[in-house]
Design a binder for this molecule. Structure first.
Ligand SMILES: NC(=O)c1ccc[n+]([C@@H]2O[C@H](COP(=O)([O-])OP(=O)(O)OC[C@H]3O[C@@H](n4cnc5c(N)ncnc54)[C@H](O)[C@@H]3O)[C@@H](O)[C@H]2O)c1
Length: 378
């Protein structure tokens, strides 16, 4: 018997409220956390129930400047509680505000990889996170990717203080998502479940969450893109996204998200579309590399194949084929269509190798292998 310590830890939002209609609970939940309220809201989010709150509207994925602008508002308003009500971008911005506003430091002081990487202060404002997309799981994660346009990459702020105090996941809020957004965010949730399930950093507590998320995304993602009014399918995707966030926050991700970090800072394309473009080729490369090197982990792709396809006896290659079919059925654009220039590929590969998510990949892919993945994602 080995004597090494093998423990793991599980953290998530302080409270998770889930179900159709639960958005109506938000004003009461917020009131329980303080009087002065700052709402960071998506451009079309209806936050009129939060009477008396200051509302900061945001569009687009957060970048260094939009974080600075929102933090400046918060330092002025001095809220007791921050509400994030919108897609993952808005939730992430709210989390950045909550952790930066009480202090005096700048976002670049704390950003991973391209910033100074200083630890975030422990003291943060409580966040109530209300997702209106089903994809990122940002309502239960302790990080927020931020675009750094000058460097052409996305990098995360990360720290315990970023975990929302309350997550309110109401699938009815996602009914208004158009098909392309539904597809992109749904693939993000699926990818997060797959990477959190296949990473060697998976734990006994993240495994059942990631696996169930794969089952739900597997059976409902196509359905919800075709029938956006199907509340059961919408609920499946909202739960899959929530589970994906719980899993990734306590395990790690992998090369799909490493590539997405490298590509997301260069392309204007939505994060979910970038993940979708590289998902099947990266999975194929991982399966091939595991098979070639004999590294452990292939069995996890077999289990993922069963969860995604619903077929007992499905194997890793079936997962790859299923993902290829999914991406084709959803009409996901390739990297060339998303605006990537061939000349940028070496830099993309170098940035992907340095990205924090890539450390969670089940096998170390070489620069050549990642270059092939990018080419196969064109
Ligand atoms: N923190 C994390 O753990 C984590 C995990 C994955 C992704 N992310 C980040 O989340 C961001 C992507 O979030 P996203 O996929 O939710 O998209 P998003 O928040 O960027 O929103 C995309 C678009 O959808 C619109 N929108 C949002 N909800 C809508 C609704 N109900 N109906 C109609 N339109 C709606 C928004 O206004 C926006 O124009 C990226 O920046 C990504 O890096 C964070």
């Amino acid at each position: 018997m080995g004597s090494g310590r093998t423990g793991s830890e599980f953290v998530t939002a302080g409270r998770v409220v889930l179900g159709a209609g639960t958005a109506a609970d938000v004003p009461g939940l917020v009131a329980g956390l303080g009087e002065r309220v700052l709402v960071v809201a998506g451009r079309s989010a209806d936050v009129s129930a939060l009477t008396g709150a200051t509302v900061h509207r945001h569009r687009g994925e957060p970048d260094v400047e939009s974080v600075r602008a929102a933090v400046a508002v918060a330092r002025d308003v001095r809220p007791d509680v921050v509400v994030g009500w919108g897609g993952g971008s808005v939730l992430d911005l709210a989390k950045c505000v909550a952790v930066l506003a009480p202090g005096t430091s700048d976002v670049l002081d704390h950003l991973e990889v391209v910033g100074r990487g200083l630890p975030l202060p422990d003291a943060a404002l409580p966040v109530v996170a209300v997702p209106t997309t089903a994809g990122t799981g940002a309502e239960v994660t302790a990080n927020a990717p931020v675009r750094v346009p000058q460097r052409g990459v996305k990098a995360s702020l990360r720290g315990r203080g970023m975990l929302p105090a309350v997550a309110v996941v109401d699938p009815l809020l996602t009914l208004a998502c158009p098909p392309a957004l539904t597809a992109a965010s749904g693939v993000d949730a699926l990818t997060q479940c797959l990477e959190a399930f296949t990473t060697p950093f998976a734990t006994p507590l993240t495994d059942p969450l990631a696996r169930d998320g794969l089952v739900r995304a597997g059976r409902s993602l196509r359905r919800v893109v075709e029938h956006g009014d199907d509340v059961d399918a919408r609920t499946d995707l909202s739960v899959a996204a929530l589970l994906s966030g719980m899993a990734l926050a306590n395990a790690k991700l992998g090369a799909v998200h490493g590539l997405a970090a490298a590509l997301g800072g260069r392309l204007g394309a939505p994060h979910g579309q970038v993940c979708a473009a590289v998902l099947a080729p990266t999975t194929a490369a991982n399966v091939a590399a595991l098979r070639r090197t004999g590294a452990p982990g292939l069995g996890r792709y077999d289990a993922a194949a069963v969860a995604l396809t619903g077929r007992t006896g499905a194997r890793a290659d079936d997962a790859v084929a299923w993902l290829e079919d999914l991406v084709t059925a959803l009409g996901v654009p390739g990297l060339g269509d998303l605006g990537l220039a061939r000349a940028d590929v070496p830099d993309v590969v170098a940035d992907a190798l340095a990205a924090s998510s890539t450390r969670g990949n089940p096998v170390a892919l070489t620069a050549e292998e990642l270059t092939e993945v990018v080419a196969a994602s064109w």
